[in-house]
Write a protein that binds this ligand. Structure first.
Ligand SMILES: O=c1ccn([C@H]2C[C@H](O)[C@@H](COP(=O)(O)O)O2)c(=O)[nH]1
Ligand SMILES: [Zn+2]
Length: 169
């Protein structure tokens, strides 16, 4: 056997892929969000996706975006970032990084900052123009919490269950 494999996943690529894989569990028909928290030793300490609270049936609560407030998903859905933090194996996330598919809303951002997470790596910023995300950025800048967009080094990764391998271009 020759030398070691060189073209392994980078840490950012690895954790963002896990966040996206987690998003695959979301039943939200419009926006699936996944979040993964990594500690300074690059250990996964928490992972989550957006969904209704435990015990609240997906068949009873609405996934609609529009209509009367109580007929929409918004009052009910737990955001991916909150689930990742609540699922974490420790409460103190000082110095950890959060990988998340969508820039966090203002409510998640408060919780991220309070948890001690020091850096957010996000993929989509599709709600950048909203007051919620603008408030997030004000709080992150004020608190000195870093954030940066994930820049992929390859366009896609494919999980091939047949060959038991991960393929990429
Ligand atoms: O910080 C966030 C912001 C939003 N989400 C979730 C909440 C909803 O399930 C979707 C957003 O739905 P839209 O149809 O795009 O309004 O994303 C989250 O998990 N974290
Ligand atoms: Zn949120």
């Amino acid at each position: 056997m020759s030398g070691k494999r060189e073209d392994v996943l980078g840490w950012d690529e690895y954790f963002m892929s896990l966040a996206l894989l987690s998003a695959g569990r979301s039943k939200d028909p419009n926006t699936q969000v996944g979040a993964c928290v990594a500690d300074p030793h690059n250990r996964i300490v928490g992972i989550g996706y957006n969904g209704f609270p435990r015990g609240c049936s997906d068949d009873r609560l609405p996934w609609a975006r529009e209509g009367a407030y109580l007929d929409t998903k918004y009052p009910f859905v737990c955001h991916a970032e909150v689930n990742a933090i609540l699922n974490a194996i420790t409460r103190d996330l000082t110095g950890c990084r959060m990988y998340v598919a969508l820039f966090p809303c203002n409510e998640c951002t408060k919780i991220i900052i309070q948890s001690g997470i020091g850096e957010i790596i996000y993929l989509s910023d599709k709600y950048a123009a909203t007051d919620s995300v603008r408030a997030s950025k004000i709080m992150l800048d004020s608190s000195g919490t870093a954030y940066r967009q994930f820049v992929p080094s390859r366009p896609s990764l494919t999980i091939d269950f047949f060959t038991c391998r991960l393929h990429h271009d």
